[in-house]
Design a protein around this ligand. Structure first.
Ligand code: OFO
Length: 165
């Protein structure tokens, strides 16, 4: 059985994951409109993954005697100055999500809720992967700089970076 404190904390994470999915969907649209099909496909996949992260939380809360709360979402930013800026925002967002997961882990220990603590370990590992992936992308983008040919190849290859989870 979840304590009210844990239920509330997990419910705010549902919203964060749902907003992440919307943010990445907006990035996918922007990339698609700019003609970068590879980047768009990659971002659509990221958006789907975030929805899965959200659903995992929804099911966990409901199965543990709580009630998952589906709330309104903040509208994401829909345009970007450049791909570099877009991926910088993605990286910053993942760091923010990691901080939020860490805080949840902290609360689960304070509440002595070891089932939730155990459940959250999946998110801890996921965030390590997602931050690493965002960092790899930024490194590549920094190498490319303003080179159009480089961007073309990057768009072609980015799908292979997708972390399956
Ligand atoms: Fe990419 O963040 Fe979910 O967990």
């Amino acid at each position: 059985m979840l304590s009210k404190t844990i239920e509330k904390a997990l419910n705010s994470q549902i919203r964060i994951e749902a907003e992440s999915s919307q943010i990445y969907l907006a990035m996918a649209c922007w990339a698609e409109v700019k003609g970068l099909e590879g980047v768009a496909g990659f971002m659509y996949d990221q958006s789907d993954e975030e929805r899965d992260h959200m659903l995992k939380l929804v099911k966990f809360i409901n199965e543990r005697g709580g009630h998952a709360h589906i709330s309104e979402l903040k509208a994401p930013n829909v345009t970007f100055q450049s791909f570099k800026e877009m991926f910088e925002m993605l990286f910053k967002h993942e760091v923010f999500v990691s901080e939020s997961i860490n805080e949840l882990v902290h609360i689960s220990l304070q509440e002595k809720d070891y089932a939730t603590h155990n459940f959250l370990q999946w998110y801890v590992s996921e965030q390590i992967e997602e931050e690493a992936m965002a960092r790899t992308i930024l490194d590549k983008i920094n190498l490319i700089g303003d080179d159009k040919g480089g961007l073309y190849l990057f768009d072609r290859d980015i799908q292979q970076l997708t972390v399956n989870s």
